[in-house]
Design a protein. Structure first.
Length: 440
Protein backbone atom coordinates (compact mmCIF):
# COMPACT_ATOMS: atom_id res chain seq x y z
CA UNK A 1 0.00 0.00 0.00
CA UNK A 2 1.06 3.57 -0.66
CA UNK A 3 0.87 5.54 2.69
CA UNK A 4 -1.18 8.68 2.71
CA UNK A 5 0.49 12.03 3.32
CA UNK A 6 0.55 13.02 7.02
CA UNK A 7 -1.32 16.28 6.35
CA UNK A 8 -4.35 14.37 5.05
CA UNK A 9 -4.41 12.14 8.13
CA UNK A 10 -4.38 15.13 10.47
CA UNK A 11 -7.23 16.77 8.58
CA UNK A 12 -9.43 13.64 8.80
CA UNK A 13 -8.73 13.20 12.49
CA UNK A 14 -9.78 16.79 13.25
CA UNK A 15 -12.99 16.42 11.28
CA UNK A 16 -14.06 13.24 13.10
CA UNK A 17 -13.39 14.78 16.53
CA UNK A 18 -15.62 17.81 15.86
CA UNK A 19 -18.51 15.58 14.83
CA UNK A 20 -18.33 13.56 18.10
CA UNK A 21 -18.21 16.68 20.28
CA UNK A 22 -21.22 18.21 18.56
CA UNK A 23 -23.25 15.02 19.06
CA UNK A 24 -22.65 14.97 22.88
CA UNK A 25 -23.63 18.61 23.42
CA UNK A 26 -26.75 18.44 21.28
CA UNK A 27 -29.07 17.21 24.06
CA UNK A 28 -27.90 19.69 26.72
CA UNK A 29 -27.96 22.81 24.56
CA UNK A 30 -30.83 21.93 22.24
CA UNK A 31 -33.33 24.30 23.76
CA UNK A 32 -30.88 27.19 24.01
CA UNK A 33 -29.64 26.65 20.47
CA UNK A 34 -33.26 26.55 19.22
CA UNK A 35 -34.13 29.86 20.97
CA UNK A 36 -31.01 31.67 19.79
CA UNK A 37 -31.48 30.55 16.22
CA UNK A 38 -35.24 31.27 16.12
CA UNK A 39 -36.11 33.91 13.52
CA UNK A 40 -32.53 34.11 12.26
CA UNK A 41 -30.86 32.66 9.20
CA UNK A 42 -29.01 29.47 10.25
CA UNK A 43 -25.30 29.35 9.66
CA UNK A 44 -23.67 26.28 8.01
CA UNK A 45 -22.39 25.17 11.41
CA UNK A 46 -25.84 25.51 12.93
CA UNK A 47 -27.36 23.56 10.08
CA UNK A 48 -24.95 20.77 10.67
CA UNK A 49 -25.72 20.79 14.41
CA UNK A 50 -29.48 20.76 13.75
CA UNK A 51 -29.10 17.87 11.32
CA UNK A 52 -27.18 15.91 13.90
CA UNK A 53 -29.82 16.70 16.49
CA UNK A 54 -32.45 15.47 14.12
CA UNK A 55 -30.63 12.23 13.73
CA UNK A 56 -30.51 11.88 17.54
CA UNK A 57 -34.31 12.30 17.83
CA UNK A 58 -34.78 9.73 15.05
CA UNK A 59 -37.58 11.65 13.39
CA UNK A 60 -38.96 10.34 10.14
CA UNK A 61 -37.79 13.31 8.09
CA UNK A 62 -34.36 13.40 9.73
CA UNK A 63 -34.02 9.69 9.36
CA UNK A 64 -34.76 9.87 5.67
CA UNK A 65 -32.37 12.77 5.21
CA UNK A 66 -29.62 11.01 7.15
CA UNK A 67 -30.09 7.84 5.17
CA UNK A 68 -29.94 9.79 1.94
CA UNK A 69 -26.80 11.62 3.08
CA UNK A 70 -25.18 8.35 4.14
CA UNK A 71 -26.12 6.73 0.84
CA UNK A 72 -24.76 9.69 -1.14
CA UNK A 73 -21.58 9.69 0.88
CA UNK A 74 -21.15 5.89 0.45
CA UNK A 75 -21.85 6.22 -3.25
CA UNK A 76 -19.30 9.01 -3.50
CA UNK A 77 -16.69 6.95 -1.64
CA UNK A 78 -17.44 3.92 -3.79
CA UNK A 79 -17.28 5.97 -6.96
CA UNK A 80 -13.99 7.74 -6.28
CA UNK A 81 -11.77 4.64 -6.00
CA UNK A 82 -13.52 2.95 -8.93
CA UNK A 83 -12.67 5.94 -11.14
CA UNK A 84 -9.25 6.80 -9.69
CA UNK A 85 -7.67 3.34 -9.78
CA UNK A 86 -8.32 2.63 -13.45
CA UNK A 87 -7.08 6.11 -14.42
CA UNK A 88 -3.83 5.61 -12.55
CA UNK A 89 -3.40 2.10 -13.94
CA UNK A 90 -4.10 3.23 -17.48
CA UNK A 91 -1.70 6.14 -17.03
CA UNK A 92 1.08 3.84 -15.86
CA UNK A 93 0.51 1.40 -18.69
CA UNK A 94 0.49 4.23 -21.21
CA UNK A 95 3.81 5.57 -19.93
CA UNK A 96 5.30 2.10 -20.04
CA UNK A 97 4.19 1.57 -23.62
CA UNK A 98 5.52 4.95 -24.74
CA UNK A 99 8.93 4.42 -23.07
CA UNK A 100 9.91 1.48 -25.31
CA UNK A 101 9.41 3.29 -28.61
CA UNK A 102 11.35 6.32 -27.35
CA UNK A 103 14.36 4.12 -26.47
CA UNK A 104 14.09 2.36 -29.78
CA UNK A 105 14.03 5.68 -31.63
CA UNK A 106 17.13 6.92 -29.79
CA UNK A 107 18.94 3.63 -30.43
CA UNK A 108 18.03 3.73 -34.09
CA UNK A 109 19.16 7.34 -34.38
CA UNK A 110 22.57 6.48 -32.90
CA UNK A 111 22.76 3.28 -35.00
CA UNK A 112 24.14 1.24 -32.10
CA UNK A 113 24.49 -2.38 -33.32
CA UNK A 114 23.56 -5.29 -31.14
CA UNK A 115 26.23 -7.65 -29.83
CA UNK A 116 25.07 -11.19 -30.62
CA UNK A 117 27.17 -14.28 -30.09
CA UNK A 118 30.21 -14.32 -32.35
CA UNK A 119 29.76 -16.52 -35.44
CA UNK A 120 32.07 -19.50 -35.13
CA UNK A 121 34.37 -20.77 -37.85
CA UNK A 122 32.52 -23.28 -40.02
CA UNK A 123 33.62 -26.90 -39.48
CA UNK A 124 34.77 -27.29 -43.10
CA UNK A 125 36.87 -24.10 -42.96
CA UNK A 126 38.21 -25.14 -39.60
CA UNK A 127 39.37 -28.54 -40.89
CA UNK A 128 40.96 -27.13 -44.04
CA UNK A 129 42.81 -24.42 -42.15
CA UNK A 130 44.20 -26.87 -39.64
CA UNK A 131 45.19 -29.34 -42.39
CA UNK A 132 46.82 -26.66 -44.55
CA UNK A 133 44.57 -27.16 -47.58
CA UNK A 134 42.53 -23.93 -47.54
CA UNK A 135 42.74 -21.95 -50.81
CA UNK A 136 41.17 -18.76 -49.43
CA UNK A 137 42.15 -18.28 -45.76
CA UNK A 138 41.56 -14.52 -45.99
CA UNK A 139 37.85 -15.18 -46.50
CA UNK A 140 37.68 -16.76 -43.03
CA UNK A 141 40.46 -15.24 -40.94
CA UNK A 142 40.82 -11.53 -40.25
CA UNK A 143 38.00 -9.02 -39.78
CA UNK A 144 34.73 -9.23 -41.74
CA UNK A 145 31.53 -7.15 -41.57
CA UNK A 146 28.57 -9.28 -40.49
CA UNK A 147 25.05 -8.51 -39.24
CA UNK A 148 25.52 -6.92 -35.84
CA UNK A 149 29.06 -5.62 -36.24
CA UNK A 150 32.50 -6.87 -37.31
CA UNK A 151 33.58 -10.48 -36.75
CA UNK A 152 37.22 -11.09 -35.85
CA UNK A 153 38.76 -14.54 -36.35
CA UNK A 154 42.37 -15.35 -35.51
CA UNK A 155 44.32 -18.60 -35.69
CA UNK A 156 47.15 -18.69 -33.16
CA UNK A 157 48.11 -22.15 -31.88
CA UNK A 158 49.73 -22.21 -28.44
CA UNK A 159 48.44 -18.70 -27.61
CA UNK A 160 46.89 -18.16 -24.18
CA UNK A 161 44.79 -15.20 -25.32
CA UNK A 162 44.31 -12.85 -28.26
CA UNK A 163 43.17 -9.24 -27.86
CA UNK A 164 41.99 -6.88 -30.60
CA UNK A 165 43.30 -3.35 -30.07
CA UNK A 166 42.12 -0.21 -31.91
CA UNK A 167 42.37 3.49 -31.11
CA UNK A 168 39.08 3.35 -29.21
CA UNK A 169 38.77 -0.12 -27.73
CA UNK A 170 40.57 -3.17 -26.45
CA UNK A 171 38.65 -6.45 -26.52
CA UNK A 172 39.79 -9.97 -25.76
CA UNK A 173 38.54 -12.60 -28.19
CA UNK A 174 36.88 -15.86 -27.17
CA UNK A 175 38.98 -19.01 -27.16
CA UNK A 176 37.18 -21.47 -29.46
CA UNK A 177 39.80 -24.21 -29.11
CA UNK A 178 42.40 -25.63 -31.50
CA UNK A 179 44.08 -22.21 -31.71
CA UNK A 180 41.01 -20.31 -32.96
CA UNK A 181 40.00 -17.04 -31.30
CA UNK A 182 36.83 -15.23 -32.36
CA UNK A 183 34.76 -12.27 -31.33
CA UNK A 184 32.07 -9.87 -32.53
CA UNK A 185 32.61 -6.16 -31.94
CA UNK A 186 29.75 -3.64 -32.35
CA UNK A 187 31.45 -1.63 -35.10
CA UNK A 188 30.07 -0.17 -38.31
CA UNK A 189 33.18 -0.86 -40.43
CA UNK A 190 36.45 -2.76 -40.21
CA UNK A 191 38.92 -0.53 -38.31
CA UNK A 192 42.69 -0.37 -38.33
CA UNK A 193 43.61 -2.78 -35.57
CA UNK A 194 46.44 -4.75 -34.06
CA UNK A 195 46.61 -8.05 -32.22
CA UNK A 196 48.07 -8.61 -28.77
CA UNK A 197 48.86 -12.33 -28.57
CA UNK A 198 49.78 -13.64 -25.14
CA UNK A 199 51.99 -16.71 -24.92
CA UNK A 200 53.54 -18.35 -21.89
CA UNK A 201 55.72 -15.62 -20.38
CA UNK A 202 55.47 -13.10 -23.23
CA UNK A 203 53.09 -10.93 -25.23
CA UNK A 204 53.52 -10.43 -28.97
CA UNK A 205 51.99 -7.32 -30.60
CA UNK A 206 51.51 -7.49 -34.36
CA UNK A 207 49.35 -6.55 -37.30
CA UNK A 208 46.91 -9.16 -38.59
CA UNK A 209 48.26 -10.64 -41.82
CA UNK A 210 44.71 -11.50 -42.94
CA UNK A 211 43.40 -7.94 -43.13
CA UNK A 212 45.50 -7.06 -46.21
CA UNK A 213 44.60 -7.17 -49.89
CA UNK A 214 46.81 -9.13 -52.33
CA UNK A 215 50.18 -7.48 -52.84
CA UNK A 216 50.73 -8.93 -56.32
CA UNK A 217 49.21 -7.17 -59.33
CA UNK A 218 47.00 -8.54 -62.10
CA UNK A 219 49.61 -7.81 -64.77
CA UNK A 220 52.15 -10.04 -63.03
CA UNK A 221 49.61 -12.85 -62.79
CA UNK A 222 48.69 -12.46 -66.46
CA UNK A 223 52.31 -12.65 -67.59
CA UNK A 224 53.00 -15.64 -65.33
CA UNK A 225 49.95 -17.41 -66.77
CA UNK A 226 51.24 -16.84 -70.29
CA UNK A 227 54.75 -17.96 -69.33
CA UNK A 228 56.41 -14.78 -70.53
CA UNK A 229 57.18 -12.85 -67.35
CA UNK A 230 60.72 -11.57 -67.89
CA UNK A 231 61.35 -10.32 -64.36
CA UNK A 232 60.13 -13.14 -62.17
CA UNK A 233 62.36 -12.09 -59.28
CA UNK A 234 60.16 -9.00 -58.88
CA UNK A 235 56.95 -11.05 -58.67
CA UNK A 236 57.90 -14.26 -56.86
CA UNK A 237 59.92 -14.99 -53.75
CA UNK A 238 60.21 -12.81 -50.66
CA UNK A 239 59.89 -9.09 -51.35
CA UNK A 240 60.31 -6.61 -48.45
CA UNK A 241 57.89 -3.75 -49.00
CA UNK A 242 55.41 -1.35 -47.45
CA UNK A 243 51.86 -2.51 -48.19
CA UNK A 244 48.78 -0.47 -47.23
CA UNK A 245 51.05 1.71 -45.11
CA UNK A 246 52.51 -1.19 -43.12
CA UNK A 247 56.09 -2.50 -43.55
CA UNK A 248 56.50 -6.22 -44.05
CA UNK A 249 57.34 -8.85 -46.62
CA UNK A 250 55.28 -10.31 -49.46
CA UNK A 251 55.79 -14.05 -49.92
CA UNK A 252 54.79 -15.61 -53.24
CA UNK A 253 55.45 -18.99 -54.80
CA UNK A 254 54.28 -20.73 -57.97
CA UNK A 255 52.90 -24.15 -57.00
CA UNK A 256 50.04 -24.99 -59.41
CA UNK A 257 49.61 -28.60 -58.26
CA UNK A 258 49.65 -27.94 -54.51
CA UNK A 259 46.53 -28.58 -52.43
CA UNK A 260 47.71 -25.90 -50.04
CA UNK A 261 50.71 -23.75 -49.14
CA UNK A 262 51.73 -22.39 -45.75
CA UNK A 263 54.69 -20.32 -44.56
CA UNK A 264 57.16 -21.35 -41.86
CA UNK A 265 60.11 -19.40 -40.55
CA UNK A 266 61.96 -17.94 -37.62
CA UNK A 267 59.18 -15.36 -37.18
CA UNK A 268 56.61 -18.07 -36.29
CA UNK A 269 58.94 -20.61 -34.65
CA UNK A 270 58.76 -22.75 -37.81
CA UNK A 271 55.12 -23.59 -37.15
CA UNK A 272 53.24 -22.94 -40.39
CA UNK A 273 49.76 -23.64 -38.99
CA UNK A 274 48.82 -19.98 -38.53
CA UNK A 275 50.25 -18.74 -41.86
CA UNK A 276 48.37 -20.25 -44.82
CA UNK A 277 48.84 -18.56 -48.20
CA UNK A 278 45.93 -17.77 -50.53
CA UNK A 279 45.65 -19.04 -54.09
CA UNK A 280 45.42 -16.20 -56.62
CA UNK A 281 42.88 -17.49 -59.10
CA UNK A 282 44.03 -20.04 -61.65
CA UNK A 283 47.57 -18.66 -61.89
CA UNK A 284 49.07 -21.29 -59.61
CA UNK A 285 50.56 -18.49 -57.51
CA UNK A 286 50.12 -18.47 -53.72
CA UNK A 287 50.58 -15.21 -51.82
CA UNK A 288 50.72 -13.82 -48.28
CA UNK A 289 51.86 -10.43 -46.98
CA UNK A 290 53.28 -10.78 -43.48
CA UNK A 291 53.58 -7.47 -41.61
CA UNK A 292 56.60 -6.90 -39.44
CA UNK A 293 58.83 -9.45 -41.18
CA UNK A 294 62.00 -7.91 -42.59
CA UNK A 295 65.40 -8.76 -43.97
CA UNK A 296 67.41 -11.55 -42.42
CA UNK A 297 64.44 -13.75 -41.47
CA UNK A 298 64.69 -17.41 -42.44
CA UNK A 299 61.73 -19.06 -44.17
CA UNK A 300 60.46 -22.03 -46.17
CA UNK A 301 57.18 -22.97 -47.84
CA UNK A 302 55.17 -25.90 -46.50
CA UNK A 303 53.61 -27.59 -49.54
CA UNK A 304 50.68 -30.00 -49.29
CA UNK A 305 51.01 -32.41 -52.21
CA UNK A 306 48.02 -33.80 -54.16
CA UNK A 307 48.20 -37.01 -52.08
CA UNK A 308 47.95 -35.00 -48.85
CA UNK A 309 51.56 -35.42 -47.76
CA UNK A 310 53.55 -32.36 -46.74
CA UNK A 311 57.05 -31.12 -47.40
CA UNK A 312 59.10 -28.05 -46.46
CA UNK A 313 60.71 -26.46 -49.51
CA UNK A 314 63.19 -23.65 -49.95
CA UNK A 315 62.13 -20.74 -52.14
CA UNK A 316 63.36 -21.32 -55.71
CA UNK A 317 63.28 -17.56 -56.34
CA UNK A 318 64.96 -16.52 -53.07
CA UNK A 319 67.55 -13.75 -53.29
CA UNK A 320 69.61 -15.20 -50.47
CA UNK A 321 70.03 -18.61 -48.83
CA UNK A 322 71.81 -20.25 -45.96
CA UNK A 323 75.20 -21.77 -46.63
CA UNK A 324 74.94 -25.51 -47.37
CA UNK A 325 74.30 -27.98 -45.90
CA UNK A 326 71.62 -25.71 -44.43
CA UNK A 327 68.79 -25.07 -46.82
CA UNK A 328 66.60 -22.23 -45.56
CA UNK A 329 65.86 -19.18 -47.68
CA UNK A 330 66.53 -15.71 -46.29
CA UNK A 331 64.50 -12.53 -46.78
CA UNK A 332 66.75 -10.09 -48.63
CA UNK A 333 66.54 -6.90 -50.67
CA UNK A 334 69.36 -5.54 -52.78
CA UNK A 335 70.73 -2.18 -51.69
CA UNK A 336 73.80 -2.25 -53.91
CA UNK A 337 74.51 0.87 -55.95
CA UNK A 338 76.26 0.12 -59.23
CA UNK A 339 79.13 2.42 -60.18
CA UNK A 340 79.81 1.35 -63.80
CA UNK A 341 77.92 4.10 -65.63
CA UNK A 342 81.02 5.27 -67.53
CA UNK A 343 81.88 1.76 -68.71
CA UNK A 344 78.29 1.10 -69.76
CA UNK A 345 78.15 4.37 -71.71
CA UNK A 346 81.44 3.67 -73.53
CA UNK A 347 80.67 0.04 -74.30
CA UNK A 348 78.46 0.88 -77.25
CA UNK A 349 81.12 3.00 -78.89
CA UNK A 350 83.75 0.25 -78.90
CA UNK A 351 84.03 -1.77 -82.14
CA UNK A 352 83.66 -5.19 -80.58
CA UNK A 353 84.15 -7.07 -83.85
CA UNK A 354 87.53 -5.44 -84.34
CA UNK A 355 88.69 -5.62 -80.71
CA UNK A 356 90.70 -8.39 -79.04
CA UNK A 357 88.56 -11.09 -77.42
CA UNK A 358 90.05 -13.61 -74.99
CA UNK A 359 88.02 -15.28 -72.22
CA UNK A 360 89.27 -16.54 -68.86
CA UNK A 361 86.84 -19.13 -67.43
CA UNK A 362 87.01 -19.48 -63.65
CA UNK A 363 85.30 -21.45 -60.91
CA UNK A 364 85.36 -19.05 -57.99
CA UNK A 365 85.30 -21.50 -55.04
CA UNK A 366 88.28 -23.47 -56.41
CA UNK A 367 90.33 -20.68 -57.99
CA UNK A 368 91.85 -19.66 -54.71
CA UNK A 369 89.97 -21.64 -52.05
CA UNK A 370 88.92 -19.76 -48.96
CA UNK A 371 88.47 -16.35 -50.56
CA UNK A 372 85.27 -14.38 -50.21
CA UNK A 373 83.48 -12.40 -52.92
CA UNK A 374 85.15 -9.21 -51.72
CA UNK A 375 88.63 -10.76 -51.72
CA UNK A 376 88.06 -12.23 -55.16
CA UNK A 377 87.12 -8.76 -56.42
CA UNK A 378 90.49 -7.46 -55.23
CA UNK A 379 92.62 -10.20 -56.77
CA UNK A 380 90.95 -11.70 -59.82
CA UNK A 381 90.71 -8.72 -62.26
CA UNK A 382 94.40 -7.84 -61.97
CA UNK A 383 95.41 -11.47 -62.36
CA UNK A 384 93.31 -11.88 -65.51
CA UNK A 385 94.62 -8.62 -67.01
CA UNK A 386 98.23 -9.64 -66.35
CA UNK A 387 97.65 -12.83 -68.33
CA UNK A 388 96.29 -10.84 -71.28
CA UNK A 389 92.67 -11.88 -71.09
CA UNK A 390 90.00 -9.36 -72.02
CA UNK A 391 86.93 -11.06 -70.51
CA UNK A 392 86.02 -13.27 -67.54
CA UNK A 393 83.46 -16.08 -67.63
CA UNK A 394 82.24 -17.39 -64.27
CA UNK A 395 81.13 -20.96 -63.85
CA UNK A 396 77.75 -21.21 -62.01
CA UNK A 397 77.61 -19.05 -58.92
CA UNK A 398 73.93 -19.67 -58.13
CA UNK A 399 73.20 -21.66 -54.99
CA UNK A 400 73.60 -25.43 -55.32
CA UNK A 401 73.63 -28.27 -52.78
CA UNK A 402 76.99 -30.01 -53.43
CA UNK A 403 80.11 -27.90 -53.01
CA UNK A 404 82.32 -30.41 -54.83
CA UNK A 405 80.44 -29.88 -58.10
CA UNK A 406 80.72 -27.14 -60.71
CA UNK A 407 77.38 -25.77 -59.50
CA UNK A 408 75.05 -26.84 -62.30
CA UNK A 409 72.49 -28.45 -59.92
CA UNK A 410 70.88 -25.14 -59.05
CA UNK A 411 68.54 -24.77 -56.06
CA UNK A 412 68.44 -20.96 -55.89
CA UNK A 413 68.36 -19.34 -59.33
CA UNK A 414 68.50 -15.77 -58.00
CA UNK A 415 70.72 -16.34 -54.97
CA UNK A 416 74.51 -16.37 -55.30
CA UNK A 417 76.04 -19.20 -53.32
CA UNK A 418 76.44 -18.36 -49.66
CA UNK A 419 79.74 -20.24 -49.50
CA UNK A 420 81.59 -17.09 -50.55
CA UNK A 421 79.56 -14.40 -48.76
CA UNK A 422 76.35 -12.44 -49.01
CA UNK A 423 74.60 -11.17 -52.17
CA UNK A 424 75.82 -7.65 -51.44
CA UNK A 425 79.47 -8.71 -51.40
CA UNK A 426 78.93 -10.76 -54.57
CA UNK A 427 78.01 -7.55 -56.37
CA UNK A 428 81.30 -5.95 -55.34
CA UNK A 429 83.17 -8.77 -57.05
CA UNK A 430 81.63 -8.03 -60.42
CA UNK A 431 82.16 -4.26 -60.46
CA UNK A 432 86.00 -4.38 -60.85
CA UNK A 433 85.51 -6.59 -63.89
CA UNK A 434 83.99 -3.63 -65.72
CA UNK A 435 87.03 -1.45 -65.05
CA UNK A 436 90.21 -0.84 -67.06
CA UNK A 437 91.38 -4.44 -66.91
CA UNK A 438 88.35 -5.76 -68.72
CA UNK A 439 88.47 -2.94 -71.25
CA UNK A 440 92.01 -3.70 -72.35
Amino acid sequence: MIPRPPSDDRANQNGDGSKKTGAKKTGAKKAAAAKKTAGKKATPAAKATAAKGAVTKKTGKGKATAKKAVADKAAAKATVPQQAVPKQAVSKRAVSKKAVPRKAVVKAALDIPEAPVSPAVAPDDRDRLLSGTHHAPHSVLGAHPVPGGVAFRVLRPYALSVTVVTDDLRTELHDDGAGFFTGLLPLRAVPDYRLHVAYEGTVHETEDAYRFLPALGELDLHLINEGRHEELWTALGAEPMTHQGVPGTRFTVWAPNARGVRLAGTFNFWDATAFPLRSLGSSGVWELFVPGVGEGELYKFEITRPDGSKTLRADPVARRTEAPPRTSSIVHASHYAWADEAWMAARGERPVHESPFSVYEVHLPSWRPGLTYRQLAEQLPAYVADLGFTHVELLPVAEHPFGGSWGYQVTGFYAPTARLGTPTTSNTSSTPCTGPASAS
